[in-house]
Structures are given as structure tokens and as C-alpha cells.
Ligand binder design. Sequence first.
Ligand code: ACO
Length: 357
Amino acid sequence: MNTQAYSRILGSGFVTGEVVIDNHRLARVFDTSDEWIRERSGIEQRYFVKEGTATSDLGVGAAKKALEDAKVKPEEIDYIVVATMTPDHYFPGVGPQLQAKLGMGTIPTLDIRQQCSGFVYGMQVCDALIRSGAAKRLLFVGCEIHSNFFPLSKVGWDIVMGRSDAKIDPAELERNNNHRGVLVLFGDAAGALVMGPTEDPQRGFLGYSLHTDGQDMKTLYAAAPGFAYRPYNNQAHIDEQLFVPQMEGKTVFKMAVTKMPESVREVCEKVGVQVSELDLLVPHQANLRISAGVQKSLKLPDEKVYNNIQRYGNTTAATIPIAYDECMKAGRIKPGNLVCFTALGAGFHWGAALMRA
Ligand code: ACO
């Protein structure tokens, strides 16, 4: 077994959007139901931000909690890495805004764009920055606001946010239904880790297995705005609602239940441990049925696989740090435990990261 550890997690924290949205609320603006959403995805509720809260604000909230947990002062942080597919603006990324809002001087910031796999990809990047000596106290944030993908009218928003008992206009309902398969799955949240070099060579990140296959990129993507068009944003994008993610759900499902276990096996083999030796698997929270499929494929018992999608929905780059924080606070991860993180998402990007807690 490779016993060389590189960097470790010193603290974690997370925040969600301010407003809890149960499935019944969504059923007022889509033809859907609590039963359909629970049965297909396991999701019972998710959180949405109030209008005016930006992705960087959620990131700041999670970062502050992680700093407190790690007992690290903001001025000690010397690098920020952020994973998000929903930045405040088209450019720059969220890193500069996080840094300014946290008053972290002129330390370097890096945004990475690997969607649902952002956190496992980012773990390798952060680990490498620490191992190379480029960073000693690193803040790694995954933050997302998905609710702003919803193409709702003002009345639609009032209904979803619980400010109105009105019925949705039938024409709007019909338009919304074009997106119901994807939009019922997501929530707004951020999770953060503080990372640093390990003093104990037995503890920390041990290895990674990361892959990308761009051939089926359009299986899951937001078509517009983008620089494939001149101009990059235009009225047709809005009329055709091309800013809402498009997804072939069944293909994504099959990829996830195949590639996530494959990458877990691969990273275990690279590091020289058996899958059965894992103490905990923290899968990206895309769908409870996907997690169940991954668990079955890896032959892991229930107590070794953590799920919380029921409460938060899919929060893309934030699912893994949120799950990690909950596991730590609940005592599900103990010193010395072998913990594996795995994800698959748009790109397709997928992979796994393995650490000794
Ligand atoms: N409510 C009610 N009915 C719906 C809804 C909804 N929200 N969405 C779709 N339907 C309907 C469809 O229109 C279809 O109706 P039809 O049979 O009359 O045509 C029927 O339900 C079945 O639709 P499918 O898309 O075939 O449903 P499926 O069983 O594949 O489940 C789901 C859809 C939940 C999206 C599933 O494919 C899935 O989980 N895929 C993985 C997607 C995922 O996790 N994406 C997250 C981003 S990527 C990631 O994080 C890995």
C-alpha cells in the first residue's frame, strides 16, 4: 500500500439557500408530484436562495464555517480554489469575489469548471498545490445557485417561494414542463474545506482516478449563452430557453452507475487497498437511485455509503463537502478511516479521490 499522504482536511462547513422548497411547491409550477420526485430521485426538499443572494455569498458563508471549524484565521489562508458551474457572472470566476468578500488580500484564486465532478477534480488540484509548497493553508469551496436556471415569470417565482396562492398560467405551465425532468433535481448550497499539509504521513489524500469523455457533451449541458454564437447572448436564447440545462436523464443515469464504481475500483487498486476496506463512500448526490446502484456494484453495506440528497437535492459542486461535513459532525468519519469520494457529471467528467482521515 502507498502510505505517502500529501495533504489533509483541517475543517469543513456548509450553508444552504435561505428558503426550503418541498416537492409540493414545485408541483405548483410543473406537472409533477411529490411521489414522482421521491420515487425517481429520493429528493424530498431542496433550498433556494432569496433573490439578491449570489453564488459567492453562499461560498462566503460556507468558507466562514470551514475556517471556524479548522480554527484557521482568514489571514492564514494563502490560496483559494473554487468549483462552481453557476458563477455570479460569466467572467471572472467566483474566486476573486470570495477573496474580496473574505478580505483575503491578494492571495491567488483559481476557479475550476468540472460541474458535478468539480469537487473530486478540485481535491487533486488542492492536494497538488499543497504538496508542491504553493499553498500551506488552502480554502476549497464548492458553491452553486441552480434556482436561477428556472425560467419562471414573476408570478411563477411568487408561487414557488410561497408568496402567492395563485395558479400558474397554463401557457407557462406547458413551457415549464419542458424542463421538469431536470429542474426538480437541483438545490442551492455551498460547502467548503480548509486544507493543509499533513504532519502524519499515514493520513491525508492518497490517490485519484479522474476521467473525461467529451464525445457526449450534449447529453447534459446548458446550450447558451456561449461563445459558439455571435453575439454570445441573444433574444433567441431567451425565447428558446436555451439557458436551462438540457439532459438525457437515462444516459446520465447509466454513465453514473457504471463510471462511479469503476473509478472507485481504480483508485483503490492504484493505492493498493480493497474496496471492502473502505470505511465510508461519499458519492456525489445526484440521485438516490444512482447512489444505490453504485453501492450495489461495489457490494458495500448501507452503513458505508452516505446519502443526504433527500434534504438538499443535487447541489453539484457542493454535494461532497456538505456530505463530508455532516459525516464529520455526526462521527461517521473517525481518525484513520479510509474514505472515498466519487462523482460523475456534465462533460462527462468523473472520478474518485481516496483519503485516510
Ligand atoms: N414529474 C413528473 N413526470 C416527469 C417529470 C417530473 N418532474 N420529469 C419527467 N417526467 C415524465 C417524462 O415526461 C416521461 O413521461 P412519458 O413517459 O409520458 O414520456 C416520464 O416521466 C419518464 O421520464 P424519464 O425521463 O424517462 O424518467 P426517468 O425514469 O429516466 O427518470 C430522472 C428521470 C430522474 C431524471 C433520471 O433519468 C435520472 O435521475 N437521471 C440522472 C440524472 C441526474 O442525476 N442528473 C443530475 C446532473 S448530473 C449528475 O449530477 C450526475
